[in-house]
Design a protein around this ligand. Sequence first.
Ligand code: PLP
Length: 391
Amino acid sequence: MSKFESTAEKGYFGEFGGSFVPDELKVILDSIGEQFNKYKGDKEFLEEYRYYLKEYVGRENPLTFAKNLTDKIGGAKIYLKREDLNHTGAHKINNALGQILLAKRMGAKRIIAETGAGQHGVATATASAMVGLPCTIYMGKVDTERQALNVFRMQLLGAEVVAVEKGRGRLKEAVDEAFEDLVKNQGDTFYLIGSAVGPYPYPEMVKYFQSVISLESKKQILEKEGKLPTAIVACTGGGSNAIGAFAHYLEDKEVRLIGVEPAEAPSISEGVPAVFHGYKSLTLFDENGKLKPTNSIAAGLDYQGVGPEHSYLHSTGRGEYVTATGQEALEAFQELSKVEGIIPALESSHAIAHGIKLAKELNKDDVIIINLSGRGDKDVNQVYEMLNKEA
Ligand SMILES: *Cc1c(COP(=O)(O)O)cnc(C)c1O
């Protein structure tokens, strides 16, 4: 028997996932898993979650037909799932809200979280303010500099933001600090992870809360087109918007599920199976077992790991994983803004870049859904600087 079979129930996706953490941390995480399993089918809990999704987040959000872009390309019909229209401007609030309602039921007195682009930090600070819990956000120092406005936003929302200077001062180091905090302050602290990564039970918990994306999009596309889409396209950082956008189509084998990684942080395309941050997944380690540096223009995708279920979907072939470069994303960012009047997040722009390529290859009777994971207001300064440097 492989060592994986013995813990199969603990969050494995094939050989990926699991929980590789010190025993004292495992006890904490197992109890979160227990509570999650208890509440995920609880009628009252789900009613509360759905209430806030509607009244606070603003769901359901539209599945917008991108007519101008479709006409311009002349291939498949392109629809955009509008996570950019959620309160706080991205998909992350779906998960932050779900986990915070769980934390509240578990009696947590304090919330902690890590953030890369700042979007998850903002979502967590927002949800914490809403339920009246204090929160501390760990953020790599480099990220606090390139997303300074999001830092201020979190502070306005009442959060304490800790700039992590260790290592390269990015998302990886912020995650390390948050785990340390959780062990130190176990008992009263809930760690709200922002993507479908980390040890059990986070990947399945985050997927559960993000799957509202595909629950809605499936209903919407059947209403609008009377058939399932040819493909779903989503950008893949840690993989939460992608797994949420894929979840309700996993059994529909005719629907292609396409994850788009940044070419500058291609965890699935070029990673190797390894244990990182307490779970096993494809990870960007070099031959010497050292983490490879990443350098995506999108802070939310600039991470060496990826959620274990994506590594699994890649290994079985159910998911297709491709890359888009920062330059391609930058062009897609401008194209969607100009042609549709929608400024997308730089993260989402990777999915748009590939979606445009794919639409060209497909026929007019094909339909694709691009998951527009967030809006681009947070990126306008950065794009301004990149474009002026180019010129
Ligand atoms: C954080 C973020 C991402 C990447 O995270 P995933 O977990 O891969 O979804 C993508 N898009 C936006 C707008 C983000 O804020």
